[in-house]
Design a protein around this ligand. Structure first.
Ligand SMILES: [Zn+2]
Length: 267
């Protein structure tokens, strides 16, 4: 009998606790909602003020700084919107397809803030062509003559992926390049690309497989001086690259990054 009572009272305590818990949760949720509301109001309130000829508020300095970065102009950041600042506002508005009135209102501010953020992001990336992480093939076609010297990542230039027959168009899979850069960083040594993109004609000439992933820019045949082919294969596989075993190089490709495999030559 005692035991039954004890059990009942502990069950009651449990329900009481649960009820308290739910109430605390409700309160927490209300607090979070109110905080979010205040925060979003704050963002609206803190939107930049309109800047026109003669404006002298704190946002003018912000505008001058952003224009300097986006346009590469050299305005004095003095919080005074004089003729020079207005002229640059007009240049910006013309470039970005806005109404060219020399007045930075909501639309000009939105475009300028975005252009500024983009510029900062691309500078942070040191101007490399690849700016985001790709976990599946992302194939682009570039030009060896126009883009050859551009860096895709820290250590790889576009020209390294061009077809060995000298043709201008280069297909490059950004997911492959990022993984080659990982290999480069892992071993701390230059990755030599013997062959990456192949045109159909060139692929035939070198007796490549008819469905070779070199045709889509998704494959590279590589070596690293002083690193065994077995070490390269093993690391490449660990980062999602399928490898092909050859005597003098390692073939790597992005056919299935989520589930890489391997094969013996002739592919
Ligand atoms: Zn290959």
């Amino acid at each position: 009998m005692n035991n039954v009572l004890k059990k009942e009272s502990s069950t009651q305590n449990y329900h009481k606790l649960m009820k308290n818990g739910r109430e605390i949760m409700k309160k927490l949720i209300s607090i979070i909602l109110i905080a979010a509301l205040i925060l979003s109001m704050g963002i609206i309130v803190s939107a930049e003020a309109t800047v026109k000829n003669g404006t002298t508020n704190a946002d003018v300095a912000k505008l001058q700084k952003e224009l300097n970065t986006v346009l590469g102009c050299n305005l004095a950041v003095d919080s005074i919107a004089g003729p020079k600042t207005i002229e640059q506002i007009k240049i910006f508005q013309k470039m970005y397809g806005l109404v060219v009135d020399g007045i930075a209102g909501a639309q000009t501010w939105a475009a300028l803030n975005k252009a500024y953020a983009d510029k900062i992001a691309s500078t942070a990336n040191n101007g490399y062509l690849i700016t985001t992480t790709y976990n599946s093939p992302h194939i682009v076609t570039l030009s060896k003559s126009k883009d050859g010297n551009k860096y895709l990542t820290k250590n790889f230039q576009v020209k390294e992926f061009a077809c060995n027959d000298g043709s201008d168009a280069v297909k490059i899979d950004y997911a492959l390049v990022q993984r080659l850069q990982q290999i480069r960083d892992h071993f701390g040594k230059a990755v030599v690309i013997n062959s990456a993109y192949r045109t159909a004609a060139y692929n035939q000439k070198v007796n490549g497989a008819s469905k070779s992933l070199h045709l889509t820019g998704q494959a590279a045949d590589i070596t690293i001086s002083g690193v065994s082919l077995a070490s390269i294969r093993s690391y490449a596989y660990s980062i999602g690259l399928t490898y092909g075993i050859y005597d003098t190089f390692v073939h790597v490709d992005t056919r299935n990054i989520a589930s890489p495999s391997s094969f013996n030559g002739d592919y």
